[in-house]
Design a protein around this ligand. Sequence first.
Ligand code: SF4
Length: 386
Amino acid sequence: MSAPAPKVYGWCPGALRPMMSGDGLVVRIRAPLGRLSSDQAQAVADLSQSYGNGLLDVSARAHLQMRGVREEDHPALITALQRLGLVDTDPAAESRRNVLVAPFWTHDDETYALAQQLSNALTAATDLSLPGKFGFAIDTGPSPVLRDTAADIRIERTTDCLILVADCAETGLPVTAATAVKEALSLAHWFLDQGGAPDGRGRMKTLIARRGPPSAHVAPRCTPAERPTLGPIATGQLVGLEFGQIPAASFADLTTHGALRLTPWRMLLVENATNLAPQPGLILDASDPRLRVSVCTGAPGCTQALSSTRQLARDLAPHVPAQSILHLSGCAKGCAHPASAPLTLTATAADTFNLIRNGKASDHPAQTHLSAAQLRASPDILTKGS
Ligand code: SF4
């Protein structure tokens, strides 16, 4: 019997519109500019322990997520988050204000100013009804760092100007700091006018593949930067989170060094830190094998999961070759790594997996019916014959 097809929701949870999962509500906080002050972060850590399961996740869109929240506790949690300035005025504004910011900004640069302007403009744009997953990226450092991260409309920089880009287009519209936000909203309206979201769902890259970018988008994009690695940088220290998750106590400890910035790379940027001490859930070494594994929540946290995933990911990580990636997925939806990966294990039943080489979680497997025990006993199954 084949595994049941996973359900596609077409929207992401927020704080005001949480999603029910196997272990309670998933509450996702869209921190303004992806940053929490030390006081905000300490308070969120406390709230995670009071109302959630004591763990915090950083999503692939740099949102901070609490899990295991009971429905009856949700109003009190929202009141607390409102006091901290971490929730929007209403669920529609929260959904629209989906702005990913390259985390290396400084308080006096263009990235910071544009991110604030765009967030305010989206909050106010009550006439704009975008699909639930539609998002914006402000990526205006010297070279783009967010190309691998999902976003529908991007503001980047070329060698001589800012550029507005529809996702996956090869060219964009030259803009200035004064026009970028207005043009970004115009591009969102263009997406809707062109039929990009039939039935309220759709992504820019699908529309661009179908009809190309608007005719005025003629400026070439510049080459993206390498993905950042762990360690000290100008504004602080980049630290990794084991599979994108950190115990609230470790999160709270980081706040003693400075404010925290969320990144889409399963990393936090700890402002002003230079030499952080080890903490549970924290990865400080860029060669740590857990950085080569993407794994989703799995059972019991996700209602669609056919198996637990995280302990197997921990056990297999040391056996993933240095230049490879293992994606371990609780079902064929592949939330943790929607793109192709060199190695993917997709659960088909409890502790039972298909192995897919160079493909997605839903692709045709090279091997089937691999038990978790078999994989632990003979992890070379992953690489044999590849
Ligand atoms: S991929 Fe993982 S998190 Fe996503 S629906 Fe399947 S089991 Fe759940």
